[in-house]
Design a protein around this ligand. Structure first.
Ligand code: SF4
Ligand code: SF4
Length: 475
């Protein structure tokens, strides 16, 4: 089956229950943001910008569990910020499991291996040595870390940890192959770390997924290569969604990067062009999301936004109307459902009810519409059933060529900006140091390959830096 039977059955049961009860609006996925602190500053991230004044605040564990119980969504996506920074993340995952939820931990991947070493320390016994040896062989743990796992003390052994579980997914943020991803997250080495974490997770029996945002500069061929590469690692599923130009991200783009948001975010027409092959990808890879939503993305039909089905809870309350746009926060989910004028949002038959919704086709607004049968067309239920319950596409074979295409950048563990600034301050460093990703891009552009499709979204600042580096080298 494409997705585990128990999970698909649980979600189907939830929808049927509410259809029978004729519940007008109900939650499918809770987007739970226990904090907005993050170790990265990705280009285009609205969260760390919109909530920049409350980055140190956190939702208490008990409140997180209470809101999950309150909205009764079968799935909880723990996001943020970076949820692995949340001090009670292990207890939160355990508590949500006790409530019977399907859990996605949406992470940038940087702290995943640390969390999995914590898990290993609690379960290590000589029978686990073969797995540990495999991790060592693939350089996913160091000899020192392996020793710490073997010799864990009582405190380490009794820690609450995140265990592999068929109801839990690591959902790793991957926006492209190495070069693109590291540019978007504005730090080198992150792609390599994500892939290492995914490999380690697979060896230890965790379920893994990825989530990808598509921007104007995203290259479609690169996306396909990315899916092939992830499939060769046996990743269990992928969420893919067009980028949305929410206000905070737009303002940041103008102020910090000196970039016009129109160059970065997709219009509806552009989204349809980028997603023209989404149905083909759906047949080749384990793409999350209904085939109905895929048809919508490909421009084959219209859907009406059902943002209330993927509500967001964060330090300020229930965020309305959706994950992206903020017109208010409410104390309770039912209160939000009853007070928000839902008929004022979304796009209906191509006409935006709110101008801010005009270009939005994001997964958190429209994917539930496909599952819930809004804009139902004959055959939709069968399509959705078949997609979920049919066999899973076979993984792509790993190959040297695919790996080479995936690691197409430079990972030296320094931030792009730090490196570029150092290069400006010291032309010698630029000449002698590790080959700069900026310099590399420059060479590609001069070789005729630089068609601007790397998907970085950071070209203005990068180009300025490139020009300065080039000028410094000439002097
Ligand atoms: S990792 Fe996620 S929360 Fe952190 S900056 Fe990037 S997109 Fe935002
Ligand atoms: S269309 Fe829906 S999900 Fe998109 S911005 Fe508008 S309310 Fe939010």
């Amino acid at each position: 089956m494409r997705f585990p039977f128990a999970l698909s059955a649980k979600i189907a049961g939830h929808i049927i229950k509410h259809k029978v009860r004729k519940t007008p609006r109900f939650a499918m996925v809770l987007q739970l943001e226990p904090l907005h602190t993050c170790n990265l500053t990705c280009t285009g991230c609205g969260r760390i910008r919109e909530y920049s004044t409350s980055l140190k605040d956190m939702v208490p564990l008990e409140k997180c569990l209470a809101v999950a119980a309150e909205c009764e969504a079968p799935m909880v996506s723990i996001c943020g910020g970076e949820p692995l920074i949340y001090p009670k993340i292990e207890e939160l995952v355990a508590g949500l499991r006790e409530q019977g939820r399907i859990i996605y931990i949406c992470t940038n991947g940087v702290f995943m291996r640390k969390k999995m070493r914590d898990y290993l320390a609690t379960v290590y016994s000589p029978e686990m040595e073969a797995k540990l040896q495999e991790l060592l062989k693939q350089q996913l743990v160091t000899e020192k870390e392996a020793e710490q796992i073997r010799n864990a003390d009582a405190a380490a052994k009794s820690k609450v940890v995140i265990r592999p579980n068929q109801w839990m997914y690591w959902n790793v943020h991957v926006d492209g192959l190495e070069f693109t991803h590291d540019l978007i997250v504005e730090r080198e080495g992150v792609f390599k770390e994500c892939i290492a974490a995914i490999k380690m997770a697979k060896i230890l029996g965790y379920q893994t997924a990825t989530n990808t945002t598509v921007y104007k500069e995203t290259d479609v061929q690169e996306l396909e290569d990315m899916f092939k590469f992830l499939s060769s690692l046996d990743v269990d599923g992928h969420t893919i969604s067009p980028g949305y130009d929410y206000d905070a991200a737009k303002k940041d783009m103008v102020k910090r990067l000196g970039k016009d948001p129109k160059e970065f975010f997709l219009t509806r027409d552009m989204t349809r062009q980028k997603f023209a092959k989404i149905e083909e990808w759906g047949s080749l890879f384990t793409i999350f999301g209904t085939p109905v939503y895929q048809e919508f993305l490909a421009g084959k039909r219209e859907l009406t936004c059902t943002a209330w089905a993927i509500p967001t809870y964060n330090i300020k309350g229930w965020k309305a109307p959706c994950y992206l746009m903020t017109d208010g926060h409410y104390d309770g989910y039912q209160e939000m459902l009853s007070k928000v004028k839902w008929e004022n949002y979304g796009v209906v038959n191509g006409k935006a009810r709110d101008p801010r919704c005009e270009h939005c086709m994001v997964h958190c607004g429209y994917d539930p519409s496909g599952a819930l049968g809004t804009n139902y067309q004959r055959g939709d239920n069968w399509k959705n059933f078949k997609y979920n319950f049919w066999p899973r596409p076979k993984p792509f074979l790993a190959s040297e060529e695919l790996t080479k295409r995936a690691y197409n950048g430079v990972s030296i563990g320094k931030g792009h900006l730090a490196e570029a600034k150092a290069a400006i301050n010291s032309p010698r460093a630029a000449m002698n140091g590790a080959q700069s990703v900026f310099q590399r891009r420059d060479e590609e552009a001069h070789a005729g390959n630089g068609n601007g499709s790397c998907g970085s979204g950071d070209t203005t600042q990068r180009d300025e830096l490139l020009a300065k580096i080039a000028a410094a080298k000439k002097d």
